[in-house]
Design a protein around this ligand. Structure first.
Ligand SMILES: [Zn+2]
Length: 451
């Protein structure tokens, strides 16, 4: 049984997919006016592990994450540079897709853009107006939050409380201060001609339409960073209830903040860290392990110590993986072998790993299972305690666990020259020619064949 925390109910719940063995998931992507900072990559990495885990369990996963390519910030940047919004969007989508690749994110099934979805967005706004869930004032269209009885459920707030403690923008056009823009009349920048006005859509509307168009609503899992819970996700949900009579997603999942040296990271504080540069410096394995180090709903504190421990952890993983890969090739001429896992202790370790992730994605417990596998590998490569078949099973188990975590070390197979060096060494040892064996051993170490 897979269970995880549903932000909508505030409880850890059993996951029941809409269609058996299928998962439809959507994670809000970036607004493309610059590259990603470390905080933007946390949900992207975490939900990549979620998608991988479901795939490992044999689910058919359809994972969509959008690009918001219409926004004030994009318009401002385009104007400042004297280029089109499209040029700015294309530039940063390219950068972000590059960062995804460096982070070893599995390609999403779709990365829709707002500009490609505009006809559907306009139709959707019209639908909400027709259903009297939205109203037009001058050229703007507002969603009427009072028409959705459980508005505030996702973020755990009551509309009355929200209004009493209100610190919202003063806008005489709105009936309720929490009403939000579905469509905004605009003067500056790119705009679309509609019967409401010449303007552009609101951010909250864009995601709802992209989700419904590509995946159909409701979907199974809607994810994002915790900062998106209110108002963005609350407002997405309210619109879906109003338009489609469903809450858009059955499970809502949110990842926690990132702190930099104990200070919550934010653009306004100016303590953001560029993700693309960081992953280039650290390598994706260390980067992923660092961001997966804390329970996903809690804060990750990015600091020197975390990088050090993630580096050590990654080193330990890769060294063990190389040793096992080498042993299989040197002893049995096997490269990337796969086998069904049958040995009882390995089956148990696999179950321990799966149970950890099935328990609200407890990555820390999953790492404990991985550590046990590494220990098995270390013993098996030093002592010949496993049969060929068992070694292949162990390799498969290790490979699979790493794959779920998004760590896929690429180990070059040894060439003929390297292999014959190792065979010569084994021969020298068998013949008790220790001087020759030592010499060969040092050559083997220098070449990095055996660490
Ligand atoms: Zn969204």
């Amino acid at each position: 049984m897979i269970r995880f925390y549903n932000s909508l109910t505030g409880r850890v719940e059993e996951f029941k997919p809409i269609k058996e063995k299928e998962v439809k998931m959507y994670v809000c992507g970036s607004t493309v006016y610059n590259g990603m900072h470390i905080g933007n990559t946390r949900p992207i990495i975490f939900f990549d592990v979620v998608a991988r885990f479901f795939k490992y369990l044999g689910y058919k996963v359809t994972y969509v994450s959008n690009f918001t390519d219409i926004d004030d910030k994009i318009i401002k940047k385009a104007a400042a540079e004297g280029v089109s919004e499209e040029e700015i969007a294309n530039r940063y989508i390219k950068v972000i897709l590059g960062t995804y690749k460096k982070l070893n994110i599995l390609p999403h099934d779709a990365n829709p853009r707002v500009t490609e979805t505009m006809d559907d967005i306009v139709k959707f706004v019209q639908l909400l107006v027709d259903k009297k869930k939205a109203y037009i004032v001058d050229g703007d269209v507002y969603f009427d939050v009072d028409t959705v009885s459980d508005y505030g459920t996702l973020s755990g707030q009551k509309l009355d409380d929200l209004i009493n403690g209100a610190r919202v923008d003063e806008n005489d056009k709105k009936k309720n201060p929490y009403d939000f823009n579905l469509w905004k009349e605009t003067v500056d920048g790119v705009k679309w001609h509609t019967c409401f006005s010449d303007g552009r859509p609101g951010w909250h509307t864009e995601c709802v339409v992209m989700i419904n168009k590509i995946l159909g609503s409701p979907i199974d899992i809607h994810g994002g960073g915790t900062d998106l819970k209110f108002p963005h996700h609350e407002n997405e949900r309210a619109q879906a209830i109003a338009a489609y009579d469903n809450g858009l997603a059955n499970y809502w999942m949110h990842t926690g903040w990132i702190a930099i040296d104990n200070v919550k990271m934010s653009k306004s504080l100016g303590n953001t860290v560029d993700a693309d540069k960081l992953v280039t410096d650290l390598g994706y394995g260390v980067y992923r392990l660092a961001l997966l180090s804390a329970p996903y709903r809690q804060m990750v504190n990015y600091q020197e110590d975390l990088i050090k421990s993630s580096n050590n952890q990654y080193d330990k993983i890769v060294r063990a993986f190389i040793q096992l890969t080498r042993k299989l090739q040197i002893s049995y001429d096997l490269v990337n072998p796969k086998a069904e896992i049958k040995k009882e202790s390995f089956v148990n370790l696999n179950n321990e790993f799966i149970e950890a992730l099935s328990d609200d994605f407890n990555i820390s417990n999953a790492m404990t299972a991985l550590d046990k596998v590494i220990k098995e590998v270390n013993v098996a490569t030093r002592q010949n305690n496993l049969t060929k078949e068992e070694l292949v099973e162990l390799y498969t188990l290790f490979f699979n666990m790493l794959w779920v975590l998004g760590i896929e070390p690429h180990i070059e197979a040894l060439n003929e020259e390297e292999l014959s060096l190792v065979r010569e060494w084994n021969e020298a040892r068998a013949n008790k020619d220790f001087a020759k064996a030592d010499l060969l051993r040092s050559q083997i170490s220098e070449k990095g064949i055996i660490l």
